[in-house]
Design a protein around this ligand. Structure first.
Ligand SMILES: Cc1cc2nc3c(=O)[nH]c(=O)nc-3n(C[C@H](O)[C@H](O)[C@H](O)COP(=O)(O)OP(=O)(O)OC[C@H]3O[C@@H](n4cnc5c(N)ncnc54)[C@H](O)[C@@H]3O)c2cc1C
Length: 797
């Protein structure tokens, strides 16, 4: 028998292999270049990353060889894997989604429990959320099953070599040469390390890089591999009475549990334990079976949920292992002709089940780039490979880094790492409904990718993929954020500062004073209304500082006034809106019942106050006006409560989250609200100015206290804040492709508007205008939907 062909018929697989075999095959392919490219990829690792890459390369007609150290593909290691909607989308394109679904267990609800095992809230139905928003479910299955489905979908399995434990890389210039522990040598154009968290390709790549660059390349990369938790994971027979199709999270001090009901009566489970200290790379401890047993024994009596204890899972287990939870995204994932994908490049805590999805994304991204490069005709040279790998890194590093950071934060919360997190997790977060959680789901899912050169087969949900919508959000440059924030903070300080340095007093003339104070109240109503409206955007709970308008109203009312807090709020808004997902996919729409409540709450809260002001101004030209008294304060503070109360009363039939947050059914009511506010603000401005003009024409110039009057300082500062805010809003929306309005137009509009209809009306009009580009931004670009002019946009539920 040819020594280069290993007969593994005992495993039901037949493998070709080493370099000579490759060379024969390559010669054969060169004779028939359309069948397979000359370019050859050496893939190391036959799990999710490696097999996904192999499958995509096969579909693209790009040659490869896959080396897997295990004696079989898909050994049962007792691990589960979560299939997120963005992974399903790619599996759909690869044509294997239905097979995966047949092996997987869909998740319909999630349940959360405190340290006593008692439920913290009613189960959230999340299935509708996943389906409604993405068109795909969330499901879990054995890692082995996913590997096998991928493997069996590959037509030419002769390219997959098991029992090939890669030991060394001997060449990375011009071509690559990979040597296995058994001495076999494989040659290719690039080598891909899909060999997991303890990647040998990574070690070799770093060894070569260090040798060639004088030993400095890998140190910072190594130091980025950190570990703060260990995890015992396993699968057990699901205890009777355990709800089906659900995930269960139990929070304990310095540790947490995550269980998932799986297929065939199984339950997958993870117990995460915080380590005493964070360790780095080679100092990360590894565990033996005894360590796992010892750790488990300490917790066997701990309640999980529904009367179940950790020990109940242990006694029913079929497998259980303790591993360190490494967490990292490498700063760079390639050197010369070697590149890392999957867990060797980005390793996340399994708590959010993103590992497989990330591996699938990076693998297909690499395949797309390879196809593009090869379609250009010439075999990619070193420069081309460098530029291709750089682009892959630039695309995938920010995406996985964001997922890594979010997962880390979630783990800290679940393990109640300190008393603040304990309070947030046990006392606050369980109050959030699925409508709040949807923001979390969409921000993980919509940035997912599609395989560029395979037919698009997917179903779309209400939230389209980032790459399919008009909006093109990106992280704002920190320097720009600082500049705009600085401007707002300066304006915030201007009011108190000017009053102090000018020693400005309230206007001494009662008539002037009442007109100006009424004017300031109109301005504060518009500002408070925007605060309240913004607090109802579904994503604001994540940016906790904008979650509620009440602190701003209270502080403005009782401390430094609106002149200080309005620009301060704008500065905070600027800081929190710098993240990529702020304009998309964070939902714009607020609940229709809240939108419907807004105009009523506005009228009830401020109507009597405004009526009294109007009455006084019209009937008592010389009398007192309204001032910032208890009734004004009560109006400001009652408004947010009334919105909630009336909103609850107006709640109609329950709607799906996707309908609530990703369509425009709130827009009509929002328009009414903005209409009322805009009319009141502009009418107030016109009336007060008309009151003021006769006054300044009759009073001798010398008697006017304009220059030092505190009210004028406040009005001036608020107007400045509104103009600056208008400029920022338009500038930022330009940045994310939501408007083409020029800054000059925005500036002129804000200034002229402030003079003609007043800054309160400008602020209201700005926010009203902003809803429309935001709404358009989450749709497909116009040329793709081709809307007819008379056609109303379709509701995508
Ligand atoms: C405890 C645990 C639980 C997890 N649970 C989930 C989950 O619920 N959901 C989820 O999405 N993800 C989960 N993951 C992560 C998920 O399994 C991985 O993120 C995913 O499999 C990434 O695949 P990969 O191909 O990059 O690496 P891996 O799956 O680690 O595969 C690496 C492959 O390379 C092979 N290999 C290693 N060294 C060599 C070598 N020298 N030569 C040749 N071959 C080699 C290995 O045998 C293996 O087949 C979990 C991970 C762990 C550790």
């Amino acid at each position: 028998m040819d020594p280069n062909v290993r007969d593994l018929s005992g495993l039901g697989l037949k493998f070709l292999a080493p370099e000579e075999a490759y060379n024969d095959k390559a010669a054969e392919q060169r004779a028939n270049p359309r069948a397979m490219s000359d370019f050859k990829v050496v893939i190391v690792g036959g799990s999710i990353g490696g097999l996904t890459l192999a499958k995509t390369l096969e579909l693209y007609g790009i040659d490869y060889v896959l080396l897997e150290k295990s004696p079989e593909i898909g050994p049962q290691l007792g691990a589960s894997v979560g299939i997120q909607p963005h992974a399903s989308k790619i599996l759909d394109q690869l044509g294997i989604l239905e097979q995966v679904k047949s092996k997987a267990h869909p998740i319909y609800e999630d349940r959360i429990f405190g340290p006593d095992g008692k439920r913290l809230r009613a189960p959230h139905g999340i299935n509708g959320l996943y389906y409604g928003l993405s068109g795909y479910p969330l499901m879990y299955l054995d890692l082995q099953q996913l590997q096998l489905v991928l493997y069996h979908s590959i037509e030419d399995q002769s390219k997959i070599h098991v029992n090939s434990d890669v030991d060394r890389i001997e060449q990375l210039d011009g071509f690559v040469r990979v040597i296995t522990k058994s001495g076999e040598s494989f040659r290719g154009d690039i080598v891909v390390g899909a060999d997991g968290v303890y990647s040998q390709v990574r070690e070799e790549m770093w060894r070569i890089a260090d040798k060639e660059t004088g030993g400095s390349h890998c140190v910072p990369l190594r130091n980025s591999i950190t570990c703060s938790y260990k995890c015992i994971f396993g699968m057990s027979e699901r205890p009777q009475g355990t709800p089906n199709n659900a995930t269960f999270y139990t929070f304990h001090d310095q540790h947490s549990y995550f269980c998932i009901s799986g297929p065939e009566g199984k339950i997958y489970w993870f117990a995460f334990f915080k380590n005493d200290k964070t360790t780095v790379d080679r100092d990360i401890p590894y565990y033996k079976a005894d360590d796992a047993r010892e750790q488990a024994l300490k917790h066997v009596n701990e309640p999980l949920f529904n009367g179940l204890r950790f020990g109940d899972l242990i006694t029913r287990q079929s497998t259980a292992t303790m591993v360190p939870v490494e967490e990292f995204v490498l700063d760079t994932n390639f050197y010369k002709r070697a590149i890392l994908i999957g867990d060797s490049f980005h390793k996340l805590n399994p708590l959010t089940g993103q590992g497989a999805a990330c591996a699938i994304e990076t693998a297909t991204l690499l395949a797309d780039h390879l196809k593009e490069a090869l379609d250009e005709g010439a075999t990619p040279n070193d420069d081309k490979i460098y530029s291709m790998f750089s682009q892959i890194l630039a695309q995938q590093k920010p995406r996985t880094t964001k997922l890594l950071e979010k997962t880390k934060k979630l783990q800290r919360l679940h393990a109640l790492e300190n008393s603040v997190l304990r309070y947030i997790q046990l006392k606050l977060l369980h109050r959030l409904g699925p409508e709040h959680l949807s923001t979390l789901y969409v921000t993980r899912t919509t940035p997912g990718r599609k395989v560029k050169y395979l037919p698009e087969t997917f179903r779309s949900g209400a939230a389209l993929a980032d790459e399919d919508v008009v909006a093109n959000p990106s992280e704002r440059r920190p320097s720009a954020t600082k500049l705009w924030m600085g401007l707002m903070l300066l304006i915030a300080l201007l009011g108190p500062g000017a009053k102090f340095t000018l020693r400005a007093q309230r206007a001494s003339d009662p008539n002037e004073s009442r007109v100006l104070q009424t004017y300031l109240i109109v301005l504060s109503i518009a500002t408070n209304s925007i605060f309240v409206l913004e607090s109802h955007r579904p994503g604001r709970w994540m940016t906790i500082l904008l979650w509620s308008a009440i602190p701003y109203s209270m502080l403005s009312t009782y401390t430094f006034g609106w002149t200080f807090y309005a620009p301060l709020y704008f500065a905070i808004f600027i800081a929190l809106s710098a993240v990529q997902e702020f304009y998309y996919p964070s939902p714009r729409a607020i609940s229709p019942s809240t939108a419907a409540a807004l105009p009523y709450a506005l009228l009830v809260s401020y109507g009597p106050l405004m009526a009294r002001a109007l009455w006084t101004l019209l009937t008592k030209p010389e009398g007192d006006g309204i001032s910032n008294g208890w009734d004004t304060n009560l109006s400001h503070l009652s408004f947010p409560f009334l919105v909630n109360g009336i909103g609850d009363m107006m709640m109609g039939d329950p709607l799906k989250i996707s309908q609530l947050q990703f369509d425009f059914r709130d827009m009509d009511c929002l328009s009414q609200f903005y209409n009322v506010l805009f009319l009141a603000a502009s009418a107030g401005h016109v009336m007060l100015i008309s009151q003021f003009i006769p006054y300044i024409t009759t009073v001798p110039i010398a008697d006017l206290s304009l220059s030092l009057c505190a009210e004028w300082v406040e009005i001036g500062c608020l107007t400045l804040a509104v103009v600056a805010w208008s400029l920022f809003t338009v500038w930022d929306m330009q940045r994310v492709n939501l408007t083409q309005v020029s800054l000059l137009k925005a500036f002129l509009g804000a200034v002229v508007g402030s003079v003609l209809i007043g800054p309160a009306a400008v602020l209201t009009g700005l926010w009203w205008w902003r809803e429309y580009p935001l709404e358009r931004g989450r749709n497909k670009p116009a040329q793709e939907v081709e809307p007819k002019p008379e056609q109303k946009p379709e509701v995508r539920a």
